[in-house]
Design a binder for this molecule. Structure first.
Ligand code: PA5
Length: 435
């Protein structure tokens, strides 16, 4: 079970920037209404992310198809953007060994390499298509709406390339994950008989990792998708009641909301202390920003990485504007035996390192930074994973999705839409039409 430590956001620990007993009672009073709003979103299926993990059909067909793709292809290229890419990128980084793509196929357990094209930079696109053999590549196109410019643009280029170079039926190198009825991709899937998984119509992109969007590509890579789902289920069960002491996701959402609206903490810094969790900050940044940034409300997410950013950003967090709340994500046990990185020989001035391994040093740095920030009166909280594995990642994703929905209820906004991105899309289309 992942653990949450909120002590360093409380006034008795950090002084005037922290939450008081009165703040906590005020938050507790708002909770029943926010909880019933969240329940309403579950009934209307806007918050279907919560219930979908209990659906027995969730993984049907996914593992079988993933085995087939994994056997037949050396490369899995995912075309998708935003919520259709970030969960997978985060899970792959967390759950695959580092340097996955440069390992041999044997060392990858017979699984494909992974490339996620979640931008339309022509240099990246062409460098990748030059590097891979299209005949040995499965392109998985993920677009909930089937209307996204960036994904469509890449898809058309890939389709042309496959028609010219796949050496067989180009459709066999494609798999499309999209809405079951609406959007531009579904008719194409039906017409061309392209392999496909449908998506729950009301499942929003940034809440969609626990669906074919994240689970299918993850399964192709040999990631334990059942572990992910079981972790998400465990967290959903743990966070069923509106009780701040028992429901850590509600506490996350509610305390962030309170720190923002009553203590001026307009910025939320996500600070994992493990390379495997770097992209969790990216996933969180999208979830927090796109869900909550509405009607002049919301908290600005910032990405950091420990221990690296102690030498880059921590000066600002200690002595800059007191407008931030920080979240440390720590790992109890790294997936390398401590004996492999134990330091035996040191110079005299580094004597304090002797006998320690890299895992214990990074953990000490995390705790020391949290303590230093608390002493400087800067609110921070810690989420601890016993280890980075599928179960705990499932817990983590679900905790933050629930926290986001709850915070949306407290801000009195709809966390499941993103009207603010529409105008840019309309203007892009206008510019390209005129050009
Ligand atoms: O969270 C969201 O809804 C967005 O970030 C979408 O995931 C993103 O815009 C991509 O949309 P689509 O999957 O429809 O191509």
């Amino acid at each position: 079970m992942i653990r949450f430590d909120f002590a360093n956001i409380m006034q008795d620990r950090i002084g005037e920037n922290g939450l008081t007993a009165d703040d906590i009672s005020a938050v507790a009073k708002l909770l029943p209404n926010a909880h019933s709003r969240f329940s309403g979103w579950r009934s209307s299926r806007d918050a279907i992310f919560y219930d979908i993990v209990f659906d027995d059909h969730l993984t049907i067909g996914i593992e079988e198809k993933a085995e087939e793709i994994s056997e037949n292809f050396d490369n899995l290229v995912v075309l998708g953007i935003g919520g259709s890419a970030l969960g997978l990128r985060c899970a792959a980084q967390a759950l695959l060994p580092p340097f996955w793509n440069i390992k041999t196929r044997n060392d990858r357990g017979g699984r494909p390499r992974l490339f996620v094209l979640d931008n339309i930079d022509p240099e990246t696109f062409c460098s990748l298509t030059e590097l891979i053999d299209p005949r040995r590549t499965c392109f998985t196109v993920i677009s909930k709406s089937g209307k996204t410019t960036e994904t469509a643009a890449q898809f058309f280029l890939v389709q042309k390339m496959l028609k010219e170079k796949s050496g067989g039926d180009w459709r066999n190198n494609l798999l499309i994950i999209t809405d079951p009825s609406s959007g531009e991709l579904r008719p194409l899937v039906e017409r061309e008989k392209i392999p496909s998984f449908p998506l729950e119509p009301k499942l929003g992109g940034r809440f969609s990792f626990m669906s074919a969007v994240g689970l299918f590509p993850a399964a192709c890579l040999g990631i334990d998708i059942r572990g992910l789902v079981e972790g998400a289920q465990a967290m959903a069960r743990r966070c069923a009641e509106p009780d701040l002491d028992k429901n850590p996701a509600y506490a996350l959402g509610a305390y962030h909301h309170r720190l923002d609206t009553k203590k001026g903490k307009r910025i939320s810094v996500m600070f994992p202390y493990s390379d495997s969790l770097t992209l969790f900050s990216d996933w969180y940044a999208q979830l927090w920003a796109e869900s909550l940034g509405k009607g002049g409300k919301g908290q600005t997410p910032v990405k950091a990485l420990g221990a690296t950013d102690q030498h880059s950003q921590v000066q600002l967090y200690m002595e800059g504007p007191a407008d931030k709340v920080l979240t440390f994500i720590g790992v109890d046990e790294f997936r390398i035996p401590s004996s492999e990185t134990r330091i035996e020989e040191v110079t005299e001035s580094f004597g304090y390192l002797k006998g320690h391994d890299l895992g214990s040093i990074i953990r000490a740095e995390q705790m020391a930074t949290a303590q230093a920030l608390a002493k400087a009166g800067r609110p921070n909280l810690t989420v601890s994973l016993p280890r980075v594995d599928a179960h705990h990642m499932g817990e983590l994703f679900m905790a933050y999705e629930i926290a986001t929905a709850l915070a949306g209820a407290l801000y009195e906004i709809n966390p499941f839409d993103q009207p603010g991105v529409e105008l840019g899309k309309v203007l892009t289309r206008e510019m390209l039409t005129k050009a």
